[in-house]
Design a protein around this ligand. Structure first.
Ligand code: MG
Length: 161
């Protein structure tokens, strides 16, 4: 079994849709980024890549590459899972913490699971999603950013004889 840790933070800014966990969430501000800014998907990607000792999302999908401008991060996640499987590994368990002051993400976790569970190829109870506030402190507490931590375990896919 292999374990990887991922972290990501994006600024919140007016005039952008808020996409987190592949779901569009009603909010006056959205996450700034070269892609759709989906920090939760980015953190999962980094956790998966970390479990394989493969660096981070920026190495695979450079933010200088126009190809990834406005990219749906759930599609990037799908591509990472596809590559892992081609290398003989599959996600076994993913757990995520979202740190944000606004909006409340709890009511959107089931919709995020609807998107992420099939991409990750996991049973629904092997994806954990939790939300915390930053107790009003710092840039996250002031609603200027959202951060996400993710941890993922990978298993080697048994070879067919
Ligand atoms: Mg990111």
């Amino acid at each position: 079994m292999r374990i990887g840790l991922g972290f990501d933070l994006h600024r919140l800014t007016a005039g952008r849709p808020l996409i987190l966990g592949g779901v569009r969430i009603p909010s006056p501000k959205g996450l700034l980024g070269h892609s759709d800014g989906d920090a939760l998907s980015h953190a999962i990607i980094d956790a998966l890549l970390g479990a394989r000792g493969q660096g981070d999302i920026g190495r695979l999908f450079p933010d200088t590459d126009p190809k990834y401008k406005g990219a749906r991060s759930s599609d990037l996640l799908r591509e990472v899972v596809r590559r892992l499987r081609a290398e003989g590994f599959r996600p076994e368990h993913v757990d995520v913490v979202v740190i944000a002051e606004q909006p409340k993400f709890g009511p959107h976790f089931e919709a995020m699971k609807d998107v992420l569970v099939p991409i990750l190829g996991l049973p629904r109870d092997r994806l954990g999603l939790k939300a915390k506030t930053n107790e009003g402190l710092g840039d996250i507490g002031n609603g200027r950013a959202i951060a996400c931590f993710a941890i993922a375990t990978l298993r080697r896919i048994p070879r067919r004889k």
